[in-house]
Design a protein around this ligand. Sequence first.
Ligand code: ADP
Length: 785
Amino acid sequence: MEEMEHKLPEILPILPVRDSVIFPRMVVPLMIRDEEYVKLVDEVLQKDKLLVVSMIKDPEKTERPPEVFRVGTAGIIVKLTKAEEGTVLVVQGISRVAITEIVSDESYQKARIKELKDVEHTGKEIEAMMVNALNLFKQIIDLSPHLPPELVQLSRNVDQPGPLADMIISTLNLGRNKKQEILESLDVKDRLSKLMLFLNEELELQKMGKEIQDRVRKGIDKSQREYFLREQLKAIQKELGIDNEEPTEISELKERLKQKALPDQVREVAKKEIDRLSKMSPMSPEYTVSRTYLDWILDLPWREATEDTIDITKARKVLDKYHYNLEKVKKRILEYLAVRKLNPDHKGPILCFVGPPGTGKTSLGKAIAEAMGRKFVRISLGGVRDEAEIRGHRRTYVGALPGRIIQGIKKAGSNNPVFMLDEVDKLGMDFRGDPSSALLEVLDPEQNNSFSDHYLELEFDLSRVMFIATANQLDPIPSPLRDRMEIIELAGYTEDEKLEIATKFLIPRQISEHGLKRSQVKFRRSALRKIIREYTREAGLRNLEREIGAICRGVAKEVAEGKKGGFVISAEEVKKYLGKPKFTPDVAERTSVPGVAIGMAWTPTGGDILFIEATMMPGNKALVLTGQLGDVMKESAQAALSYLRSRAEELGISKDFYKDKDIHIHVPAGAIPKDGPSAGVTMLTALASLVTGKPVKRNLAMTGEVTLRGLVLPVGGIKEKVLAANRSGIKQIILPKENQNDLDEIPEKIRKQTTFHLVSRMDGVLEIALGLNHKGSTQQKNRKK
Ligand code: ADP
């Protein structure tokens, strides 16, 4: 700021101002509206442009001319602009002056003046005061948003204490009185102390103000933030297509609750849960958990039930509609239903269908449901090792759900469906708990009216559910479970039965499922036989149905491609649709060499034939067994070999046949697990055939256990075994004599096609199989006509 030396005249006009104090060196704009002062300014401008600016003592008073403070500032007009609202005058202060006397009182006042000089001080104290003042000033600027920070730098450049105080005070808006006080302080030390006092006061005020402001702002910020977030949330929900009107969701739930028939206790829980939900943020994870839980409660058929229509005649019709034959099974089902009809509260045993895959267990279940007018659901228990799969996980687990029972009930939509528990024989057990005990509770009529699922934590009444279990095998079913059940066995079908079922049921169904008309496709019987023999090897009908489906698919494709006319599937056509045969009837070829005998095995899938091959090679009397054989089977092989050695002479073979040799017994086609003693007869026959060099009779299969002394003991699974042998084209079968009664179960037709040899001793077996005739033969006696 440039220093100006002005020789001040003794008399100067006075410009009274309301609340500005002009300090020396400062440049200040002033607005003038009153006529007389405009005149004053005009006159001053004509002369030396000098005047005295002094503040009106009491701005409330309207007296003319106003009384002004006796200390003012002499200044020079540096600029003048006339604007609409008045004249804007820019004045630069020159020095403090005292008004000693008012000399003229015309339109404006003039005064005799005396220039006032600062009382200067130097030294540490003044310097410290300056630093202090600057500090305070800086803090104030930091706190006030409307003061430019450059002011600090500017004021640092002022090295004189008096002007520094003037500069600081003139930039701050501390009120007219304080400014006037500073103006009147001529002693710079005094001026600085006053300034510091004012600055301190101001700083306090500022701090308080900021605190108040902060507090206010925080309040605003928080509510604003929430507001913005909520708006964003709405936008996101809208984008996702979620109904963002949260209260609607709650009121919908309340409405659903109102409409739903529920036990009191359940209603109470649901009500509480809806209440809890309404207080949660829809974005929180708990919200989803609670919402899912409510959906489960509100979806489950607590009170929904179908009405039973047990009509035995109708049931008979339904069973016949879907199932060929199965007389015994149907009869037992009808009896069961009749008991139910007579005594609906009678909690009879649970039906359990046991049999190979594809024998109609599921479709029987469906037919029962249809006959009773009930819903049908089905869950698989195969591989279930965890109790929680039956009974659910507690809701504290992430993604917890009810167990399979409750899930099945929900799917059924009624609390009295026919509920099929598939594969009870495949139920596992491990450290996570025993699922079969949970299942027992489900099936126990004493307990299942209050089945508790871990997820629901509410009791569900299962007592009206009709459970039906299915299994491939009886043995692996835990016995407490088995005791609850009435076992109904389905053994599998013969080729002729399959032909019938295919013609009457499978083909019509597959044709319509592939969008074809009955008249469009015809299967020749020879074609069906070919499919059954060469493309499937099963007790049930699954693969047969699948292959028929594949042919229908092929036909449908040709129809879609525009091919017209009826399609007749002959045996030759089969290959075109199904490709190469999957099984070859290789029975005859394989038994044409010595050492190969055909056994029959019972398997969970309904029985199969197996080839036992014995070979001999140079070695050291070792017996090698291959083909994943179980221990019992290995023992049978040992027993067979021992028997053969002990009877060598009688059988007309060299006593030393075993010397310098290893014997290898192999059971190929390793897919079926091979254990059990029933292959003993077959192994012995294979060995005998090997050592005698005579091939086993063609198309002959056998089963039976042997003892070291050559007795043939009875074995199980005769029906399945015979059916399997028949499927493979076997014409003669050797069975233990004690299994004679099992022949009653064999379908008439197969009995006619097959010659059965019932034997009680190994000699008989060897005579039939190898034509070995020796002393003590009992062949004739044991042969069934
Ligand atoms: P499972 O449940 O025993 O494995 P499915 O019930 O699924 O067997 O039966 C397989 C197919 O065979 C189904 O299409 C079924 O309708 C049919 N089926 C089974 N047994 C018969 C039968 N006796 N008469 C007619 N169709 C049958």
